[in-house]
Design a protein around this ligand. Sequence first.
Ligand SMILES: [Zn+2]
Length: 291
Amino acid sequence: MVFDAIRDQPRAVELLRRALASDRVAHAYAFVGPAGAGRTTTALAFAAALLCESRGCGDCRACALVATGQHPDLHVIAPTPPETNPKGARAIRIAAIRELERQAALRPVLGGRKVFILDDAERMTGESPQAFLKTLEEPPARTVLVLILPRTRAVPATVLSRCQIVRFEPRRDAAAERGRALPLLGEVRAGGVDALFHRSDRMDREDAEALVDACWLLCRDLLLAKAGAPVDLLIDADRADEVAREAERWSVDDILETIGTCRDARAALAINVMPRLTVEIVLSRLALRAA
Ligand SMILES: [Zn+2]
């Protein structure tokens, strides 16, 4: 079953399974939770369950088409930069919502339903939320809409009130994720940033944001260590000794400047500057500064 692959979100999965089993699937869902919690993965599994005759067997043609992003009744809408400026702010623009409306009015091609996933739905800009609200208010038959959101307040209340909310908890391994910067710093010093990345050339925005955040939190730990704070205040308390040694290599000004680099990197990622390049710059600066 497609839901078996989803880790750490038993409540969300149970809610969706029950809706499927009782055939009481809502017209619209809001999958709400932090990035990296598995919202999009779950939305795709849910789509497979809705489009497969055996509720997401994982083996049939419909499931395979969903898995490869080729199912004609599944539409994933994600923010894009402006047509005239590939580096501009990514948004779900009115044209994308109009296209959704058009597609939603058509009959399903293969199965009994159509599924629309709006990734980063909080990036609907301008007239988009209002136009989308119209679709929500008069939902086309046999259509399921899934909004992926970081917080409930990320879209107007009028939109959210028409969605069934499914909450996603932060991953339990989020703590490990946060302590990732210090070991990475060691690797970058030993082999350079290229050595670190050649094994995984692809890096998506969520990965990159998590890495930049980890660097940001390392700076926080370094400041705390320099200030002689109790060990249990550290994000990475398991590595307290290493953090203390690292902190000796840094001046407070160095740390503050690196925090500035993290802030710039976060802003750059928000407008979709190449994620991997952004992370490389942050890690290189981090490694150089305290060399
Ligand atoms: Zn199937």
